[in-house]
Design a protein around this ligand. Structure first.
Ligand code: MN
Length: 129
């Protein structure tokens, strides 16, 4: 069964770039353009991985991550923040919110691929073998 990845991103161009990449990697994609919709989908669909834009209209991606990590139903879903390279202090904000990793935009294909493998393989590895 292909991995399901939730992309929470308000910028349509970035959402398209990320979705095209994930499709190329054989993932099934769920998308949300607000934190509120992202939280709803995360709870209802339990994706294997979440990519979270830090800067969203209304609730930020960091606040959404805090809520995901506080909810036992979604706490174990790896959440990777992504945000503009030029923003200072974003890595610290992502870590403080409980994000499992942090990558910068514009997305580097190799970094993105490695991040995907790291979290999806970890979850798919059989326990105790
Ligand atoms: Mn944004």
């Amino acid at each position: 069964m292909p991995a399901r990845v939730l992309v929470i991103e308000d910028d349509p161009v970035n959402q398209e770039v990320v979705s095209a990449f994930l499709e190329g990697e054989g993932c099934r994609i769920l998308t949300a353009d607000t934190a509120e919709e992202g939280l709803r989908l995360a709870t209802a669909q339990r994706p294997g991985l979440i990519f979270m834009d830090g800067q969203l209209p209304g609730m930020t991606g960091y606040e959404a991550t805090r809520r995901l990590k506080a909810d036992p139903a979604t706490a174990t879903i790896p959440t990777v923040a992504f945000t503009a390279q030029a923003m200072r202090g974003e890595e610290e904000r992502a870590a403080a919110a409980g994000c499992d990793a942090y990558i910068t935009k514009p997305l580097d294909a190799e970094v993105f691929r490695q991040t995907l493998r790291r979290f999806l393989l970890r979850r798919e590895a059989p326990a105790g073998l």
